[in-house]
Design a protein around this ligand. Sequence first.
Ligand code: DQA
Length: 147
Amino acid sequence: TRVIVVNGPNLGRLGVREPDVYGHQDLDTLRADCRAWGQELGLDVEVRQTDDEATMIGWMHQAADEGTPVVMNPAAFTHYSYGLADAAHMLGDAGLPLIEVHISNPAARESFRRHSVISPVATATITGMGFYGYKLALEAVAHCLAQ
Ligand code: DQA
């Protein structure tokens, strides 16, 4: 099964951006990790990143149309993008798992990070586990697909 792992704004800066919060590893490392973790689970994983809200929304439309499960780190869009939340809602309508991931634990940070507009439309949310959270998210996708 194909799964897309989509990452929102500034996650192309992993490794450089606030390494104390997001770690020292970069997006290419995350990409390789996710592909390897997917392989163990029999999932064909494609990792994407964009800083552009319209692109991210387009990926949700495509996933809903094609029946592709999604792992999403919405990054800052988490906190304000009702456009992305509406698009993510369509995955649920299509019966597809959507697992929300955050590298950090947003609940332990600034107050604006405490609210997610994506969580209400996500199947599950995993936070605070670093890159390992993506592995847990892929396991969650595999679990959902096996139901
Ligand atoms: C993040 C948390 C968000 O609050 C932040 O805007 C990000 C990354 C995380 O992975 O911890 O860009 O989604």
